[in-house]
Design a binder for this molecule. Structure first.
Ligand code: ADP
Ligand code: ZN
Ligand code: MG
Length: 487
């Protein structure tokens, strides 16, 4: 995207990210946590906010939140309090949300994003709250403005929700995208959430302001909502950055407001301005006591944290000698990284061989079929066995591609597939030598040229050997034998 004026601008971005936890039951009641389903089938007096019902804290949700806090290098509060955040909205029947205010479970952390140079982004806070229900605006585009009526589904109401707030440390849309991907990878590794942006289990609100270089303080902050993929976060911020630069360039005054990102047009439009800023009248939730995670509990959670993505990337480099670009591709999803690692271990040799087969060939097949690795029929050990067949000379690299395609289609084992398809490579030197001799005898001119120093015509004779053996000769061996005989 081009910069519309020559004045240098500084972009400041801070993110507020909501993560639905994947606990079995809801935050304050025993209703099941799940996505979708028949509306209003997973509700009870507590999550419907009926008078007289009382909340009970979900211990697993607190544990997940502490995990997230620790993974983001936060301090964990010794005593944490739930607050009521009061506002009226039809998807929230209590007319308040149980959230956290002054003493969130975790705060003052950081996350390093590996975007070329590593950049450290401050984490302001990580707090625990409950999700709202879902309003369905019917009869129009799906937005409230042009709908005929609205329906409420309270299945989601009361789902444990973690909010992660960053410091305004992010400097570009690209960096914001990198931050969200890294955070998503961490949450995936911690197994605390499904982190599906398209299903709303990971929701990103982006605050962005632009100011001219040399201006002190930040410009007016605009909050952008409604991005349902990491790519959309980048697109929305690029649009907004450009819009604000243009406005400043034209001498306009920017106002603090909330804007809505439209996926189709790639643009943002005003939702509300600061005039509508809420006063939530936070006060401590009288139905819940403060909770104090013991040092021992926090210590246990800390020591049971899995290897996080940054550590894994470092290990992929040192242990397997893989380059940064390939590591980025392999670790973009935890499932892919796990799969790769199982294949590399099963293989036991130089893992870079496995990397190439995964990135160049397997990903190609997955793309073509439009499925994810987890849905494919190829087992990590199957790929390892395939590469071993090439290493021993049993099949050629070219034949291996055919075998892989069949493994992908049928889930079979590479040795059996190669045999069934009659794919084998002739690596017996004396068998190939016989063919080499025949080829030399049949092509005296080419042979003479090579003997006169024209080594580059050797490829032609190797081709003849391959043709005669219907592609089964080991080409390296054929080439070696030809060179030995003719030079
Ligand atoms: P509010 O009072 O509107 O909630 P906060 O200070 O709590 O504002 O910040 C909310 C989010 O906005 C945080 O992620 C923060 O990093 C980000 N933010 C704050 N100021 C700016 C700014 N000038 N430009 C971009 N983002 C900002
Ligand atoms: Zn319930
Ligand atoms: Mg705030």
């Amino acid at each position: 995207m081009s910069v519309s004026t020559t004045a240098p601008y500084i972009t400041t971005i801070g993110l507020e990210i909501h993560v639905e936890l994947n606990t079995n039951s809801k935050m304050f009641c025993g209703c099941k946590v799940a996505f979708g389903g028949k509306p209003n089938t997973r509700t009870c007096p507590v999550c419907l906010g009926l008078p007289g019902s009382l909340p009970v804290v979900n211990e697993r949700a607190v544990e997940h939140t502490i995990k997230i806090g620790l993974a983001l290098n936060c301090e964990i509060f010794r005593s944490s309090v739930f607050h009521r955040k009061n506002y009226f909205y039809p998807d929230m029947p209590k007319n308040y949300q149980i959230s956290q205010y002054e003493s969130p479970i975790a705060s003052a952390g950081s996350l390093d994003i590996p975007n070329g140079v590593t950049r450290r982004i401050g984490i302001t806070r990580v707090h625990l709250e409950e999700d709202t229900g879902k309003s369905i605006h019917a009869g129009g585009s799906g937005r409230i403005a042009d709908s005929d009526y609205s329906l409420e589904d309270f299945n989601r109401a009361g789902t444990p929700l973690v909010e992660i707030v960053t410091e305004p440390d992010i400097r570009s849309p690209e960096e914001a995208r990198a931050f969200v991907s890294e955070l998503r990878a961490i949450l995936e590794t911690l197994e605390v959430s499904d982190v599906r942006m398209e299903e709303g289990s990971l929701r990103v609100d982006a605050n962005v302001s632009v100011r001219e270089q040399g201006e002190s303080g930040h410009g007016a902050k605009v909050e952008v909502k409604n991005m349902n993929s990491i790519r959309s976060v980048g697109r929305a911020l690029e649009y907004e950055e450009e819009r604000q630069r243009r406005a400043l360039g034209a001498g306009d005054v920017l106002v603090q407001e909330t804007r809505h990102f439209d996926e189709r047009s790639g643009s943002t439009s005003p939702l509300r301005t600061k005039e509508y800023a809420f006063d939530y009248r936070y006060f401590p939730e009288p139905d819940l006591v403060p909770f104090e995670p013991s040092e021992r509990w926090v210590g246990n959670i800390r020591s049971s944290l899995p290897e996080l993505p940054a550590a894994r990337r470092a290990r992929f480099a040192s242990e397997y000698g893989i380059g940064a670009t390939d590591i980025g591709i392999l670790t973009a999803s935890t499932a892919v990284a796990d799969w790769f690692e199982q294949a590399a271990v099963a293989y036991g040799g130089d893992a870079k061989r496995i990397v190439n087969w995964v990135i160049a060939d397997l990903f190609g097949l997955l793309n073509e079929a439009g499925i994810e690795l987890s849905a494919s029929k190829i087992a990590p050990s199957g790929l390892a066995d395939l590469v071993k067949l090439i290493d021993t000379g049993a099949i050629s690299g070219k034949q291996a591609k055919l075998v892989l395609a069949e493994m992908f289609a049928s889930g079979g084992e590479p040795g059996a597939i190669a045999e069934a398809k009659g794919l084998r490579q002739e690596s017996d030197a004396s068998t190939i030598e016989t063919v080499v001799d025949e080829v030399i005898a049949a092509n005296p001119d080419a042979a003479a040229k090579i003997m006169a120093g024209g080594v580059n015509t050797i490829g032609f004779l190797v081709g003849q050997v391959m043709k005669k053996t219907k592609g089964q000769a080991n080409p390296a061996l054929a080439s070696e034998l030809l060179a030995h005989k003719l030079t």
